[in-house]
Write a protein that binds this ligand. Structure first.
Ligand code: AMP
Length: 420
């Protein structure tokens, strides 16, 4: 222990568990890489205004949860609380949308920061893999993204997740609904905070989890009844495409999500083994966001899946990922000469791509064999002075426990053949 601990609401990823996180990131990214999405990386911090304008002043993320800072040069920055606004900003800045190849499809993976009340599944630093498809209004694109997320979760072996789907309408029909909803909500018996929310972001009131609020929301106008014909047709098409591909979803009229930029298609992936922090991922269409941050009209859609909660979901379902052992061969030298000889073999094996490790620190046989065991290596190479005098090393198969002498010159070829 040092004097210091990881800050509140954060945790470290250390071996062997950290391998699971890497595998989850890779599993989520794989279907994207296979579907025309290019990798993008943006800074961990941005101009505060990008988020206040993009995500929305009235959202919890911006009003309560952002880590903001003023630099020595006087810039107002925020650690990124989410990925979409940054990715769109970067795509516009690089003029990716002008290369005549719309939609621009991008994927990313990284750390995000929200000043939240920490609990299981809710952290102040967490990690997401996300995808954005920028510059096309096409229901097949919305469907593609939902299908790819579904595929990612399934490839990990997850089964107890559900897809919630809704349409939030567009700039024609949503304002009409918003007015109707506000009118309804203003008549209810609500606290001052919630009353303020009615004026700022009435759709969020529908999200209120408190039973005394939910009770009053029975009979509230539902967005579905207000969708314009274009939004209705669009939503139908998304649903049909999902159904045709065998992707099961639930219509959820109350799904509004915590970010202001969403229009039309919104969806969330929830896992039933996670308690209150059940959302493992979510996303939707954000047709107006580009204009909100000063860009041209670029209808877009995207999602972000939480890596931390996906790992929790794996644990909840009792899924052990089949992770290949990180080390195939472990070399144990006994004595100075063996150390030099085996170190050279280790380097040679590594150059040939064989995952190999070495007993450092000149420990005795017993301790070194313990490390060999712990490494998960398939083979251990042990060499002492007597072996080397005979021009051999001992090759031990860690699965069968069998050990045999192998000529030093033939060692690398022998190992390659056995591993093949
Ligand atoms: P959101 O941008 O809020 O829709 O978040 C997308 C996904 O990121 C969620 O479904 C979670 O899996 C994950 N996520 C969001 N906030 C947190 C947090 N504070 N801690 C852990 N995961 C989070």
């Amino acid at each position: 222990m040092s004097t210091f601990k990881a800050p509140k609401g954060t945790y470290d990823l250390t071996p062997p568990d950290s391998a699971k996180y890497l595998a989850v990131r890779e599993a989520i990214a794989a279907p994207l890489k296979n579907s025309g999405y290019g990798y993008i990386e943006t800074p961990g911090f941005e101009d505060v205004a990008l988020f206040s304008r993009g995500v929305g002043e009235s959202t919890d993320i911006v009003s309560k949860e952002m880590y903001t800072l003023t630099t020595k040069g006087g810039s107002e920055l925020a650690l990124r609380p989410e990925g979409t606004a940054s990715v769109l900003r970067a795509a516009l800045e690089a003029n990716l949308h002008k290369l005549g190849n719309l939609p621009v499809k991008l994927w990313y993976s990284g750390s995000y920061y929200r000043y939240e009340r920490p609990q299981k599944g809710r952290y102040r630093h967490f990690s997401q893999v996300g995808a954005e498809a920028i510059g096309a209004e096409d229901p097949a694109l919305d469907a593609e993204l939902i299908i790819l997320a579904d595929q990612a979760y399934r490839s990990l072996g997850l089964r107890n997740f559900r897809i919630l789907l809704n349409s939030l309408g567009d700039k024609e029909c949503r304002p009409v609904y918003r007015d109707a909803l506000q009118e309804f909500l203003r008549e209810l018996d609500l606290d001052d905070d919630t009353r303020r929310r009615i004026e700022l972001n009435p759709l969020r009131v529908l999200d209120d989890k408190r039973p005394e609020v939910q009770k009053q929301l029975v009979g509230a106008p539902v967005l579905r009844d207000y969708l314009c014909d274009a939004c209705k047709a669009y939503h139908e098409e998304v649903r049909d495409l999902l159904t045709a591909e065998g992707v099961v979803y639930e219509d959820d009229e109350k799904l509004v999500r915590g970010l202001d930029y969403y229009t039309r298609t919104t969806f969330e992936f929830v896992h039933d083994g996670l308690g209150s922090q059940s959302a493992v991922g979510g996303g939707g269409r954000y047709d107006g966001l580009s204009e909100m941050i000063g860009g041209p009209a670029l209808p877009s859609v995207g999602w972000a899946l939480g890596v931390d909660r996906t790992v929790l979901a794996l644990e909840a379902e009792g899924i052990e990922l089949e992770l290949p052992a990180s080390t195939s061969v472990f070399a144990v030298p006994l004595g100075e000469e063996a150390r030099r000889v085996l170190f050279a073999k280790v380097t040679e094996l590594r150059r040939l791509g064989v995952a190999t490790d070495f007993a450092f620190g000149g420990r005795g046989l017993k301790g070194a064999m313990k490390s060999a065991n712990r490494s998960g290596a398939r083979f251990t190479v042990v060499a002492g002075e007597r072996d080397l005098a005979e021009g051999v090393v001992q090759l031990k198969d860690m699965e069968s426990g069998e050990q045999q002498p192998v000529a030093l010159d033939a060692l690398v070829a022998e190992i390659q053949q056995k591993l093949a």
